[in-house]
Design a protein around this ligand. Structure first.
Ligand SMILES: Cc1ncc(CN)c(N)n1
Length: 223
């Protein structure tokens, strides 16, 4: 069994919870409150600024030029395609770019990005990829599944979001990253695989927390 299949099996119950979360369901049937989506978009933009740094770290840690090039592609796609979607939504909400970049991250946004950056900076390439993969993989799955709901891709507001993650390019980049983790973990001893499994599980848990934070509009427990 490829290591990615083992990871997938291990986190399946949490991914099912993500798919059933009212935020995700609400994008699929178009009923999600736009204020919740607005809040999500701002926090997600801040999240992606930090997340994209993992690809730069990946390029620096890679041991061959081909892998460096792939990380460069992932970095470009995040900064210039995925985050463009957020900038477009920001226009719809009358949020200036400056306002977007100066917004303050919520507790979950800080915890999630700092955890990934610590793992990415302190560990090897396999740790880095294990930590960043649930982000890509779970959105690729959610985008694909929501795009199969009749009318969801054409929804005047949430359609663009769904199309972004259901798109072939995002799906291919995700598959490349899954394959890379399988390559990096081939032949690794069980105790190292267990460690990677735990990292993957932790960022999967953060994915759920991010949906929930956005749905509840949470910032910090003291506010
Ligand atoms: C929190 C989160 N997770 C995943 C993705 C998909 N890159 C995202 N934009 N934001």
């Amino acid at each position: 069994m490829a290591f990615s299949e083992r990871l997938y099996e291990n986190v399946k119950p949490i991914w099912e919870k993500n798919h059933n979360h009212p935020f995700v369901q609400g994008m699929g049937d178009g009923t999600l409150d736009r204020e919740k989506f607005r809040y999500f978009m701002i926090q997600d933009y801040l999240y992606l600024i930090e997340y994209s740094k993992l690809f730069a770290i990946g390029a620096a840690k890679a041991s061959d030029v081909k892998t460096m090039g792939e990380f460069a592609k992932l970095l470009d796609s995040t900064l210039n395609t995925e985050m463009d979607l957020h900038r477009q939504y920001a226009k719809k909400f009358d949020i200036s770019e400056e306002e977007l970049e100066n917004a303050k991250p919520a507790a979950v946004t800080v915890s999630y990005t700092h955890y990934m950056l610590a793992v990415g900076q302190n560990g090897g390439l396999a740790e880095l990829v294990a930590s960043l993969l649930p982000c890509m993989w779970s959105y690729a799955e959610i985008g694909k599944s929501l795009s199969q709901i009749p009318g969801a891709s054409d929804h005047e507001f949430y359609g663009e979001w769904i199309n972004m993650y259901a798109d072939d390019e995002f799906q291919e980049l995700t598959q490349w990253t899954i394959n890379m983790l399988d390559r990096l973990t081939h032949g690794k001893p069980e105790h190292e695989l267990k460690h990677l499994e735990e990292i993957f599980l932790n960022t999967t848990r953060f994915e759920y927390m991010f949906w929930d934070m956005a749905y509840k509009g949470e910032m910090w427990p003291t506010e």
